[in-house]
Design a protein around this ligand. Sequence first.
Ligand code: 4AD
Ligand code: MG
Length: 435
Amino acid sequence: MSYISISKAAMSAGSNALIRGWIHRKRESGGIIFIILRDVTGLIQVAVKRDLVAEKSWKSACDATVESSVEVEGIVRGDKRSPTGYELGATSFRNIEISDPFPITEYQSAELLLDKRHLWLRSQRMMAAMKARSYIFRYARDFLDRRGFFEITPPILTKVGGETGSNLFETDFFGSKAYLTESSQLYSEAMVFSLEKVYSFAPSFRAEQSRTTKHLAEYWHLEPEMAYYDNQKSMLLQERLVSHIADRFAKDHGDILKEFGVGKDNLLKIRPPFKKISYESALQMLNEKGFGLKWGDDFGVEHERTLTEFEEKPLFIYNWPKEIKPFYMPINPKDERTVLCADMQAPMGHGEIIGGSERIWKFDELMERMKEVESARGIKFNMHNYQWWIDLRRYGSVPHAGFGMGIERVIKWMLNLDHIRDAIPFPRMSNRLEP
Ligand code: 4AD
Ligand code: MG
């Protein structure tokens, strides 16, 4: 007989089934052992009755502990008393491997669950989150693949910073200094001059001390880059991408959303167009609410929350002051205090999920802007390390734009998680590198 999944077994009441999985819960009552068995597809109650199985099966069921791996053959029946609605009446029971006493019991601190992350990943909650993660990766790729994008694979070890440059993890590379990439953008840019529309989906690293509920030291970064796109066209692509992910997820996996207490409708509402406001008007809105921000101030968690807590859809904030954005963004010809860029904020205060911009594509303009940034910020670019990237502006350059989406931020928002750490299996944060 071949194994069937628990969800299939639950659909075949009356028939004989062979299933395997892990023991989620176990209790004994008057010659019957009740086990809730888990596999990737779901849970089912198994009843092992002393008088209905061979002595060997009964003994195995007695010995089995929580999280033991087991296989059971039996007859499926609908049973209203079973917490799963179905019960497998065992005819035979075998342990694959008996588990040591499981270190996670019902009420545990968040710290312990992080220490035991390798085991906590078996919880219903983490299983649902990890499935969501995989689907969201898939939907994002599907969307871009169908629009003629090529997935590219950037290097992780690099000599250049793409963003602030100040949050880089440094490492030794055969005796010289290297960094873990903070963004693959510069490499994606190189590839639009051949493949035109590309994306990388890779880890980015940020040595940020900030211990917030939305910062990871290592996160997965989806970075599309498009030849001939401007900031407007890029925003249209972004809102379609985010809507596509929300729509597919809500339509196909309402069950996962339910696990997190999120209604499908929240995500089905995410349809283009999204609201688009300038930095200047966002600043004004915040100051009307009493924040007292000055032109040029960046927005923090509180500001982001205030701007989006009553929004149902994500919100774009475009044309930020040049002082607080990276060196590769072009000055806005209509207002030279700003650059041609936009950030996408998730609704309900979840914060920034996308940062994107046009790129300076002309050699002279880039050299001038890099000099300006050096003197305004009191920094010195190592021009030798950036030479290859600057070079791209010398050989048939074209206008281009791109953006970066933090996939864990998207998961946090869509599942309405309190903390970003549950959007990634093994979170790396300033205070955590294990397991
Ligand atoms: O806004 P950022 O820094 O932009 C860039 O890195 C650009 N080079 C992207 C590009 O244009 N190709 O980061 C982009 C996104 C943010 O909007 C956020 O969603 C996510 O990356 N992000 C983080 N996610 C988790 N933990 C962190 N520490 C993050 N820092 C940024
Ligand atoms: Mg940003």
